[in-house]
Design a protein. Structure first.
Length: 323
């Protein structure tokens, strides 16, 4: 449907819901929660809810190659940098790339992280009830490093502290027989010392996002753009996000390193269990949000609404002025 030179206006509105801060929310009945969520979403959709932020972008079709496979490359300028998003169509299936290959993050000329964005795959021959495949994003960004020395208490040996003469039955180590008589018992104590351990500590922000969890074609709706009516398939899905700060260590003492890694792992598991118990994360340890998309076969997703974990709208993205 696209031709080279087409221009598209992208509009995005973001919203913030503090609905979970409502007094008594945690103990509120589900019916009441749903009522408050629906009220918030209605305000968003009718334009009476203030936006947290709003932006628009001009995207243009840089390349349009027909055939099998067909290729479309859309580009946009942001901050003086051109970003391109290729899409391919082969065997009546569309493949949408937000990036091609790894994305590297740099700071002061050094690479401090990398990320990979999965490919969104949508067949053009859809029907209500179809299940769509998931796709994943992964990234790691090192945000801080520091080196320092720590003291490690290590066992340096044993020291005799006293010898006691005893008259008792004991095992003769030469004959391996129990004998009665006088023998000497020597007591020892452990000798410890502190050694310097050189440590390199790195703190990184890692994320793993699974898109299209339980993605299903829910229904069909007409979408009007620039006076033209298109048949769109509405896709409902979940987005699972796992993100957090991770601290890793390198040290010149294996024992110290093992002890510190075990401590960090126990601490991380403890925090995750608390978040799961509070239902902030699901049982798999992911934060769940929801997504509704309007997909026009042969074109793209031309509208999307993102919902937070409570079901409140957090963003609305639309295409306009396609020409």
């Amino acid at each position: 449907m696209f031709e080279q030179g087409y221009k598209i206006k992208l509009n995005s509105q973001n919203y913030l819901s503090n609905i979970s801060a409502v007094k008594g929310w945690a103990k509120m009945k589900p019916e009441k929660k749903i009522e408050l969520v629906n009220e918030f979403n209605a305000k968003v959709l009718n334009g009476t809810q203030p936006t947290l932020s709003s932006s628009s972008y001009d995207m243009y079709v840089k390349e349009a190659v027909k055939g099998s496979p067909g290729r479309i490359v859309c580009s946009m300028m942001a901050g003086g940098v051109e970003y391109s998003f290729p899409a391919y169509c082969k065997n009546d299936t569309s493949y949408f790339y937000r990036t091609v290959g790894p994305v590297y993050y740099a700071s002061n000329g050094d690479t401090v992280g990398a990320g990979f964005n999965g490919v969104q795959i949508i067949p053009n021959s859809l029907k209500v009830g179809d299940i769509l495949p998931t796709y994943e994003d992964m990234s790691t960004l090192v945000i801080a490093t520091k080196s320092y020395e720590e003291k490690q208490r290590v066992l340096d040996g044993y020291r005799a502290i006293e010898s006691i003469e005893r008259n008792t039955t004991h095992l003769n180590p030469q004959t391996l027989e129990w004998e009665k008589g006088d023998w000497t018992v020597t007591k020892y104590e452990e000798v410890w010392k502190n050694i310097d351990v050189k440590v390199l500590e790195s703190t990184s922000l890692s994320s793993h996002v699974i898109h299209y969890v339980n993605a299903v074609v829910d229904r069909c709706e007409d979408v009007v753009m620039d006076g033209k009516t298109y048949k769109a398939y509405v896709i409902e899905s979940e987005t699972w996000t796992q993100a957090g700060f991770e601290t890793s260590f390198a040290a010149d003492n294996v024992k110290w390193l093992k002890q510190r890694e075990n401590f960090q792992q126990k601490l991380g598991n403890k925090v995750e269990k608390r978040l799961i118990k509070s239902k902030f994360l699901n049982l798999e340890g992911y934060y769940v949000t929801y997504l509704t998309e309007w997909y026009i076969p042969g074109m793209a997703v031309v509208k999307s609404i993102t919902y937070d974990s409570e079901g409140c709208i957090s963003s609305v993205n639309t295409w306009n002025d396609v020409k």
